[in-house]
Design a protein around this ligand. Structure first.
Ligand SMILES: [Zn+2]
Length: 303
């Protein structure tokens, strides 16, 4: 099948339909396997949704239920990523977090010794974060001070929001000093749900999520952006569960994702046990499937 527009990662026009939601359709590129919204919404249309405060704290279908409550769910990931960055930069340096939202990662990074700055597309959130933390937060990459370069640029669950991810990543790569590192996380479009049960895959969330990557298509995008020594790894194992178990544990999964689970430690232990069961079941029934829900990557600007 021929897509209405070329793949935003590799440029191929050969794609097939995946799923439609709220009037938007996702297609999967037959060449690099990236999934993208086609036809792609206009830039103005995309920009509009982030100016709404409810996107961050109003329980909208496409945004965050309560970003502050999510801190609990995000903290272990943010700390793990900071440890990884610290291995590369034992002396830390200047860090730019793109899509910094309320600045939770900026706070943790600063406490870890980084000199931090943020980019946040939502004007009211950017202002509030800058004021609260006393750090520079601008509303677009173009508004960063001229000539400012960073040792590390981070994007947590952001690259999938870009209409033109390769161009945006290239712009960010140019903000890295030579041998600086870009690090990101994004939903894995190679996950078994994204491939085999797209109606279940919560990362198909238009028009917020516009381009979703597999490990290979993410590698290609980073390479085209001018980055090298690209390392991609997969996290957050989310194995397929028998239907009854999936239905029974859905509320638990949701409450852990948005940080509202009580009591927290017990809920996490229970979920871990469920996932271990699911893993064993998957190994027995469909061992070829990718069960990791998230991709993380590190890539270097050549020296
Ligand atoms: Zn492609």
């Amino acid at each position: 099948m021929v897509a209405t527009e070329p793949c935003p990662v590799c440029g191929s026009v050969d794609a097939h339909p995946v799923v439609s939601r709220r009037g938007f359709s996702y297609v999967r590129c037959s060449h690099c396997r990236a999934v993208y919204v086609s036809p792609m919404p206009l830039a103005e249309e995309v920009a509009r949704i982030y100016q709404d405060l409810p996107y961050f704290a109003g329980n909208t279908e496409i945004g965050y239920g309560d970003y502050a409550a999510m801190h609990k769910a995000l903290a272990p990931h943010f700390r793990r990523r900071l440890r990884r960055l610290a291995q590369v930069f034992p002396k830390r340096g200047r860090l730019l977090d793109v899509g910094c939202a309320d600045g939770f990662f900026l706070e943790l990074a600063r406490a870890d010794g980084w000199e931090v700055a943020g980019v946040e597309i939502s004007e009211p959130i950017a202002e509030e974060t800058a004021r609260r933390l006393g750090v520079p937060v601008v509303t677009s990459i173009e508004k960063l001070p001229e000539g400012a370069v960073y040792d590390a640029v981070t994007l947590w669950e952001v690259v999938e929001h870009f209409r033109e991810p390769v161009a945006e990543l290239r712009r960010l790569a140019q903000r890295l000093r030579p041998e600086g590192v870009l690090m990101l996380s994004t939903p894995n479009a190679g996950h078994w749900q994204a491939v085999r049960a797209p109606e279940l895959w919560t990362a198909y969330r238009p028009p917020a999520h516009l381009v979703l990557f597999t490990a290979d298509s993410l590698h290609l995008a980073l390479e085209k952006a001018g980055l090298r020594e690209i390392h991609i790894w997969r996290t957050a194992p989310l194995p397929p569960l028998p239907a009854f178990l999936r239905r029974a544990t859905m509320p638990l999964e949701r409450s852990l994702a948005d940080g509202s689970a009580r009591p927290w430690m017990l809920a996490r232990a229970l979920w871990l046990a469920v996932r271990l069961l699911g893993w064993a079941w998957q190994r027995l029934t469909r061992p070829q499937e990718d069960i990791f829900a998230t991709l993380e990557a590190m890539a270097w600007r050549p020296g």
